[in-house]
Design a protein around this ligand. Structure first.
Ligand SMILES: Cc1cc2nc3c(=O)[nH]c(=O)nc-3n(C[C@H](O)[C@H](O)[C@H](O)COP(=O)(O)OP(=O)(O)OC[C@H]3O[C@@H](n4cnc5c(N)ncnc54)[C@H](O)[C@@H]3O)c2cc1C
Length: 386
């Protein structure tokens, strides 16, 4: 299936070749035991794809966001899953943009080479959920360190990461003028605190996502690991969200392409009542509709990527793209499953696995309602709803 804009064709081809070494069988086995795709992530790291956005001076390839989107889209289009490592691509943007020179020099080259894995992003908490500024994890400054107490939930890949980017309160909410103030961002070296103030507990979910609960009990973080200015962390996290949304959108359009291709092929092969099932409009139309949805989402995402790369505000496109792409991948998943009839439920076709995997994107990293409220308030100028 061609791209609307045929961008980064060489990258797509190379990533496609790498993905071919990790067929459905590989993912199915991991899915069964909820295992981490270590070999896949290793291969992506060695090929330099996870360091795409890290500037060359820090050992990466300094590619634009659209290249990272092409990498992730291709991974999903090939039936693989970038969720095992995608966060590394966008979390490092916080260190790059808001970290000091020492932090950049210390961490970015090691992240680029794979010596350090920055896969864990600790924002969501069980009691506050989407209401991020109500989070309770507190980092209290004591001399040259912070003492962290609290809990995170859904910290994906926490058991497969060396570093975590953590958002915690440093000034109580009732002592700040704006609730978005008083939150700070930290680089936590999980290797040095695991079992010494840091505990992780995996959560078994409907798909293989390696998500965890994370507990902080007087966990010590050196003060030098504070990113940027104390109390401004929420802005740093918000700053990275458009990139995150555009990259996740690319994963969704990649999923949609995988489902559509699989469904189309099957409609030609499966013969019933003396003709291929694809000759029936009842079978064709849901697939054609999902295709149109995917193309529309892709166009918005491309527009968002172009704006991002020009340094323009792409909040509208990043949010709309994420919502439309997640809906398109879900429509494609539904059409693909339905087209395959009973066989769609058999594990060996990979459809049921991808179906479970792609459902997540209407909830995480941001749920559809919150996107709609962003559009309602910030794009359409309606009154604030929360
Ligand atoms: C598999 C998985 C992996 C994840 N990985 C990470 C990670 O690595 N790091 C991390 O920090 N987080 C992660 N998350 C968390 C994810 O970002 C949240 O689940 C998501 O933002 C929704 O928050 P919540 O689950 O707390 O839902 P809630 O905030 O409790 O919301 C529940 C429902 O209510 C709706 N809702 C809430 N408030 C409003 C409102 N004002 N108006 C309308 N509707 C509203 C929501 O849209 C949602 O449908 C992950 C989640 C999952 C499931």
């Amino acid at each position: 299936m061609d791209q609307v804009i045929d961008n980064h064709a060489e990258i797509r081809e190379e990533v496609g070749k790498l993905c071919a070494r990790f067929p459905g069988e590989y993912w199915r086995k991991l899915d069964e035991v909820r295992g981490y795709p270590t070999e896949f992530v290793q291969a992506l790291t060695e090929a330099g794809w996870l360091a795409a956005l890290i500037p060359e001076e820090y050992g990466g390839s300094g590619l634009p966001l659209s290249a990272a989107a092409a990498i992730l889209e291709e991974i999903h289009r090939q039936g693989c899953n970038g969720a095992a490592c995608h966060a590394q691509m966008y979390i490092m943007g916080t260190i790059l943009k808001h970290g000091n020179e020492r932090q950049k020099a210390e961490y970015l080259p090691k992240i680029a080479s794979g010596e350090l894995r920055l896969q864990a992003f600790g924002v969501t908490e069980p009691t506050s959920g989407t209401d991020t500024t109500a989070l309770r994890t507190f980092a209290r400054k004591e001399g040259d360190k912070y003492i962290v107490n609290g809990q995170k939930i859904w910290t994906s890949r926490a058991e497969h990461s060396d570093l975590m980017l953590l958002l915690a309160r440093t000034t109580p909410r009732d002592q700040v003028e704006k609730k978005t103030d008083g939150l700070s961002t930290f680089i936590v070296d999980m290797r040095s605190v695991l079992g010494k103030g840091l505990t992780t507990r995996p959560i078994r979910t409907m798909m293989n996502h390696n998500s965890c609960e994370v507990f902080f009990d007087n966990m010590e973080v050196p003060a030098e690991n504070l990113v940027g200015v104390e109390g401004k962390g929420f802005r740093y996290i918000l700053d990275g969200m458009n990139a995150e949304r555009l990259l996740i959108s690319a994963e969704c359009t990649g999923d949609a392409k995988w489902f559509i291709e699989k469904a189309v092929n099957y409609t030609k092969e499966r013969v019933l009542f003396g003709r291929p099932i694809g000759a029936n409009q009842g079978v064709q139309f849901p697939i054609a509709k999902a295709y149109a949805q995917m193309r529309a989402a892709e166009a918005i995402v491309q527009k968002g990527l172009a704006k991002f790369e020009r340094g323009e505000n792409c909040g509208e496109e990043a949010n709309m793209g994420k919502m439309l792409a997640a809906e398109a991948s879900w429509a494609a998943a539904e059409a693909c499953l339905q087209t395959h009839g009973g066989f769609g439920f058999a594990e060996e076709y990979d459809i049921e696995r991808k179906y479970r995997e792609t459902r997540l994107y209407q909830v995480a990293p941001i749920s559809t309602n919150l996107i709609l409220s962003y559009l309602g308030q910030h794009v359409l100028g309606m009154p604030r709803s929360y």
